[in-house]
Write a protein that binds this ligand. Structure first.
Ligand SMILES: C[S@@+](CC[C@H](N)C(=O)[O-])C[C@H]1O[C@@H](n2cnc3c(N)ncnc32)[C@H](O)[C@@H]1O
Length: 274
């Protein structure tokens, strides 16, 4: 495992620091009980605690990978990377990293650790990292109980995932930054127009940090042409509408071979106090 990241982890049971055996199969804590965690074949660790819950299922992970790998959101990945470079972030924790599309693209100049509750997501992310040698490290774990020591990371990124201001503040170094990305008000409006008679704009998010210092808010929006039923279905299944839409409305997408829609991302930057 990336040795810088390993040095920032803590045992999810007793909070002690972690070490790796010489052949990289097991991670053990330095506490008196020596809790041990096996590396999965793809190279990730499972650092969950009882009651942490479960993340996205295999099908959701597969759909998101299919859509993201087609490159529709590459401009967002580039914008986040530009921001990380401007901040001079050397260590990044991607909280709620899913299948690691953004995480694995952040690594060229920094040490990156992706955490998500979805075992399928983390396995996919770790396989990609191994195959492409991105050096990103991954663990199954909760955003609300991150398996990392206090004040260790320069930057936390949190894209389309639950936000825990208390936990992000705990793991950030003094003066460290949080990059928070979510759907802007016009995100996927073209998709909604296809399904609903009266589509509405997305409401602003209600979970923005209140104790950290807001530094900037930028909007990234552009139009995409999603090609083919498989990618359209994959995009639809990534949205909250997937679960709320009637069968009749869903059927409106079935025969669509191409979908043009606006994508609109809100990118917020917050800074922790010194
Ligand atoms: C919409 S996906 C976004 C994934 C990724 N950041 C992206 O943009 O492609 C939301 C992710 O949050 C994860 N998640 C939900 N609750 C979580 C929690 N409490 N701790 C860690 N991950 C969580 C889900 O498993 C899922 O992978």
């Amino acid at each position: 495992m990336n040795t810088t990241i390993l040095s920032l982890l803590k045992c999810p049971i007793c909070g002690a620091t972690m070490t790796e055996d010489t052949i990289g199969r097991v991670c053990r804590c330095t506490g008196t009980r020596v809790h041990s965690y096996d590396f999965a074949r793809s190279g990730y660790l499972n650092l969950t605690r009882p009651g942490d819950g479960e993340g996205d299922a295999k099908e959701a992970v597969r759909a998101r990978k299919l859509f993201l790998d087609a490159g529709y959101y590459a401009p967002l990945a580039n914008t986040v990377n530009d921001l990380l470079s401007a901040l001079g972030a050397e260590t990044v924790l991607d909280a709620g990293c899913g299948e690691g599309y953004y995480t694995n693209r952040m690594t060229s100049e920094r040490d990156v650790f992706g955490v998500d509750l979805s075992r399928a997501g983390i396995d996919t992310a770790a396989k990609y990292a191994k195959q492409h040698q991105t050096q990103a490290a991954f663990a199954v774990g909760s955003i609300f109980q991150l398996p990392v020591a206090d004040q260790t990371f320069d930057t936390v990124t949190n894209l389309f995932a639950p936000c825990s201001e208390a936990e992000f503040t705990r793991v950030l170094k003094p003066g460290g930054c949080l990059i928070l990305v979510g759907a802007g008000e016009c995100h996927l409006f073209g998709l909604k127009e296809k399904i609903y008679e009266n589509p509405y704009l997305n409401p602003g998010r209600a979970d923005l940090p209140t104790q950290m210092q807001p530094e900037s808010h930028q909007r990234l929006n552009y139009r995409i042409q999603v090609k083919g039923r498989e990618e359209i279905e994959a995009l639809f299944s990534m949205t909250p509408y997937y679960w709320r839409t009637s069968k009749t409305d869903r059927a409106k997408l079935t025969d669509l071979e191409e979908l043009e829609t606006e994508v609109d991302f809100d990118i917020f930057l917050f800074r922790k106090g010194q």
